[in-house]
Ligand binder design. Structure first.
Ligand code: C5P
Length: 292
């Protein structure tokens, strides 16, 4: 039997860093949004013990170091279910190392599938706790939709969905290390912070203009010069009619928000002439039935 789940990518409508914590992580305040760009995750229980991961990208790890395998191990530890042998297959559609939670989302999909198979009574909170031990974004990826993520990113508050719009995502060919980018941040020296409460109000009012006006990611403030492409994609998107444009997570993917399909499609086409990874997407609402 094969069990499948889509693993949706996320974008950060806002990303704020509030402080460095004694455990080395940072306290964050982020408004997260799932989009309809998804990896396909398939899990098949098997006789043989252990967990084998296969993916259609040859450089992804196949052993226990893959986040999908870590999620499986953590599921069995947390649930008390005796570990089963598993084959996990991943079809990557989310750009890798882009700031779109591709790995976290695969881990989250594995957790959702294993709960379905082995522990349907497991409460959401416990599944998210297992997710938080695997990665800071995993709890959010378990539930998806529009949400405020705080503390390490694992404390979640569901938010009203973003009004219908089009999102153009473009990833430059560089990649940015998340821990290295966090290491660049001196919280007191950050020049601007997003207006997160204004963003929450705009979501409540379903005011797309107000939402677009408040899109902001503090990482852009500390981005080393060698990632200048991020800023040129942002200005391209704005020049092509985006209501707002921002880097997502620790980058380097950049997204633009468009009200109309036509202008979004034109922008995606124009950027495709210059960049290999460009996607035209929609927002997705919370997708796990347990979290609705
Ligand atoms: O939790 P996760 O493994 O996804 O985090 C990757 C890295 O990002 C951490 O090792 C840490 O350097 C940084 N991080 C942080 N504060 C957070 C989340 C991540 O400093 N809230």
């Amino acid at each position: 039997m094969v069990y499948t789940e889509p693993a949706y990518a996320k974008l950060n409508l806002t990303l704020d860093i509030l402080s460095k914590r004694p455990d080395g992580y940072h306290d964050l305040r982020m408004v997260m949004q799932s989009i309809d760009l998804a990896d396909e995750v398939a899990v098949s229980p098997r006789e043989e013990a252990g967990c084998r991961v296969t993916a259609d990208l040859p450089y992804l790890p196949r052993d226990g170091s893959n986040i999908a395998a870590k999620a499986a191990a953590r599921f069995f530890e947390t649930s008390g279910v005796s570990p089963a042998g598993l084959d996990i297959g991943i079809r990557k559609r989310i750009p890798v190392c882009a700031g779109m939670a591709g790995g976290s989302s695969d881990g989250a999909a594995v957790l959702r599938i294993l709960r379905r198979i082995y522990a349907p009574e497991m409460p959401d909170g416990k599944l998210e706790e297992a997710g938080a031990a695997v990665g800071s974004d995993v709890p959010y990826c378990i539930r998806g939709g529009t949400a405020l993520a705080e503390d390490r990113g694992e404390r979640l508050t569901p938010l009203p969905p973003i009004p219908p719009c089009w999102l153009v995502v473009c990833k430059p060919p560089c990649s940015i290390s998340t821990p290295e980018l966090f290491a660049q941040v001196q919280v007191k020296k950050l020049r601007c912070h997003p207006d997160t409460s204004g963003m929450l109000d705009a979501l409540k009012q379903q005011d797309l203009e107000g939402i677009a006006h408040r899109v902001y990611n503090v990482f852009e403030d500390v981005l080393p010069r060698r990632y200048a492409e991020v800023f040129s994609i942002k200005s391209d998107l704005l020049g092509l009619g985006a209501m707002a444009a921002s880097m997502t997570g620790s980058g380097p993917a950049v997204f633009g928000i468009f009200r109309e399909q036509e202008s979004a499609a034109q922008a995606a086409e124009a950027l495709s002439a210059q960049y290999p990874v460009v996607r035209l997407c929609h927002p997705v609402q919370a997708f796990s039935e347990n979290f609705l």
